[in-house]
Design a protein around this ligand. Structure first.
Ligand code: PGA
Length: 264
């Protein structure tokens, strides 16, 4: 069983000096964590300095996006080749990219394939909007996003990726409604069932499924107890080292209670 994982998505926050200070604090406050993988995803500008600071620590680095072409005339984009030396992970298809920058499922699939081809583990974000939830379409939408995102991957590649269920309506900047752990757990079960149907039972058991959406110190324990899930993708609360540390500790404490049931 892979370790559970807590990922901080810093979004478009922090200058380089601010990021350096936060990284320093996290290195100290998380030094004793050993059962949970920890990842921070700063802006592209902060990645180089963070990679130097994090060398030899237990905290890994991720990016928040990438483009699916290796190099060329793509002003403003960054390629997996450029990122591969610095990051182990990359968030792909975050709802803020889908909504604000027009990323569609096909682009997400291309980005996922390109990340995998360059040895970067994609953290694929899928999630329903409030509108879709009110129309009873949550499951249909999320499963369709997932199926397309995985289009170009093999069974063994799917085993190694990360899928983050992030209901858009529960993300702090979109109003931050509460997604109860029991509802996140149901979606995780559906996600594994789909992976099982498409890529087999092993992939469905091995793939790590996370919850994201307003996870913070005060509610982390509830999400950490979800048996079908392997961690959290944390936005706003990851900018506060104290809050992020408490979230990691909540997951780390329960690290030994392994996932009991993975697929139907
Ligand atoms: P949040 O963001 O924790 O601030 O809700 C999560 C995310 O968008 O990844």
């Amino acid at each position: 069983m892979k370790k559970r994982i807590v990922i901080g998505n810093w979004k478009m926050n922090l200058t380089v000096p601010e990021s350096t200070i936060l990284v320093e604090k996290l290195i100290k406050s998380l030094a004793r964590v050993s059962n949970t993988e920890m990842v921070i995803c700063p802006t592209f500008l902060d990645i180089y300095s963070a990679s130097k600071e994090l060398r030899g620590t237990n905290i890994l680095l991720g990016a928040q996006n990438l483009f699916f072409v290796d190099e060329g005339a793509y002003t403003g984009e960054i390629s997996p080749v450029q990122l591969a030396n610095f990051v182990k992970y990359c968030i792909i298809g975050h709802s803020e990219r889908r909504i604000n920058f027009g990323e569609n499922d096909k682009m997400v699939a291309n980005k996922v394939a390109s990340a995998v081809a360059h040895g970067i583990t994609p953290i694929i974000c899928i999630g329903d909007t409030l509108h879709e939830k009110r129309d009873g379409l949550s499951k249909v939408v999320v499963m369709s996003q997932l199926e397309t995102a995985l289009s170009y991957l093999t069974e063994s590649e799917v085993s190694d990726i990360i899928i983050a269920y992030e209901p858009v309506w529960a993300i702090s900047t979109s109003g931050g409604m509460v997604c109860e752990p029991v509802d996140a757990e149901k979606m995780a079960k559906d996600i594994r069932s789909l992976v099982s149907a498409l890529y087999g039972k092993k992939a469905a058991t091995d793939v790590r499924v996370l919850y994201g959406g307003s996870v913070k110190d005060s509610n982390a324990e509830g999400y950490a107890k979800i048996k079908n899930m392997d961690g959290a993708l944390v936005g706003a609360a990851s900018l506060d080292y104290n809050n992020f540390t408490k979230i990691v500790i909540a997951y780390d404490k329960l690290a030994s209670s392994t996932r009991k049931e993975s697929t139907k």
